[in-house]
Design a protein around this ligand. Structure first.
Ligand SMILES: CC(C)=CCC/C(C)=C/CC/C(C)=C/COP(=O)(O)OP(=O)(O)O
Length: 303
């Protein structure tokens, strides 16, 4: 009989979830292989239930990747950078690069659902991106984001949008409203698209709302604290997990380019050299693995 499982358990003991380590016990390896119906019924199925696995991923895959379900990031943020460079390297138009990026963003939603991430937020258009070439901005605003939203609505995710909608085209605004309304009761992945969004914009609009409440006597100056500011930020829409646990940026640039400045205070950062259209599931899993190896201290003492 194959000894893969017992070998694996021996080699990965330190990275196994606590529950699995308890079940492993102190004895020798577990005889059998993953295809054995007896092993499946007597070990794998109970383990699966015991570990409350995230939907879509098998215990075998988790072990193979060295991942622990209870340490998955709840909110992953992505800065999908490099669509234009990807297209240029291939002699294609920037529009073709963005189309390739759209496909990869859809794949990323699938990976997040599969690996048990609850929220994926994507920085799709910054408050500074209006200064890109006019043709590209027109393409994104009058065609691309509308098609992306319509397509993603069919994935069964809850969709929300953050950012200043006031100067988006009316038909795009209407599509965003429709997507939020249609998907609001979906329970799977929460996909949040940041459109005409900037961290400075978000902090500024929150500050204005708070200042206005102070002016109207609704709250006192002394009432202003972190929690109150959280409540006025646009990410208040992501009720459960407003702050990204993990931020991934592609294309080798090592900066956050005005994304969720307040919310990223204690996020773990992960940079990938590949251009966004080249990102695949192995890269995503490598980011999850890196995240699970970090020690998050939030300014506290090292244990
Ligand atoms: C897949 C998808 C939705 C693509 C949309 C295409 C698009 C416009 C992506 C831009 C993403 C973004 C805001 C990157 C931030 O870098 P930056 O280039 O704004 O800032 P920088 O100059 O600091 O690098």
């Amino acid at each position: 009989m194959c000894c893969f499982l017992s070998k694996y358990l021996r080699s990965k003991t330190s990275t196994l979830p606590l529950q699995l380590r308890c079940l492993q016990g102190g004895g020798g390896g577990v005889a059998g292989d993953f295809n054995s119906p007896i092993l499946h019924k007597n070990l794998m199925m109970p383990l699966r239930q015991f570990c409350k696995l995230p939907i879509g991923v098998s215990i075998e895959e988790l072990w193979r990747e060295g991942l622990q379900p209870e340490l998955m990031p709840k909110h992953v943020a992505i800065i999908p950078d490099g669509n234009r460079r990807w297209a240029k390297e291939r002699g294609l138009s920037p529009e073709k690069g963005h189309e390739a990026g759209k496909k990869v963003l859809g794949d990323l939603c699938r990976y997040c659902s599969k690996w048990g991430v609850k929220v994926l937020s994507a920085y799709a258009f910054s408050t500074e991106n209006w200064s890109r070439p006019k043709g590209e901005v027109t393409f994104l605003m009058t065609s691309y984001f509308e098609r992306l939203t319509e397509e993603f609505m069919r994935y069964g995710m809850k969709m929300s949008f953050i950012g200043d909608r006031s100067n988006l085209p009316n038909s795009l605004k209407e599509m965003l409203r429709l997507a939020e309304e249609t998907t609001k009761d979906n329970t799977g992945l929460h996909f949040v698209e940041a459109l005409n969004y900037g961290g400075r914009y978000d902090i500024t609009q929150a500050t204005k709302k708070i200042a206005s409440k102070v002016k109207d006597g609704v709250i006192q100056l002394e009432d202003i604290n972190d929690k109150l500011i959280d409540q006025e930020l646009e990410t208040n829409k992501i009720l459960e997990y407003p702050n990204p646990d993990l931020l991934i940026r592609t294309s080798g640039e090592l900066r956050i380019s005005n994304y969720m400045l307040w919310q990223l205070a204690y996020s773990e950062l992960y940079f990938v050299d590949k251009l966004f259209p080249q990102l695949d599931e192995d890269d995503f899993v490598a980011a999850l693995r890196s995240f699970q190896q970090r020690q998050r201290r939030y300014g506290g003492h090292k244990i």
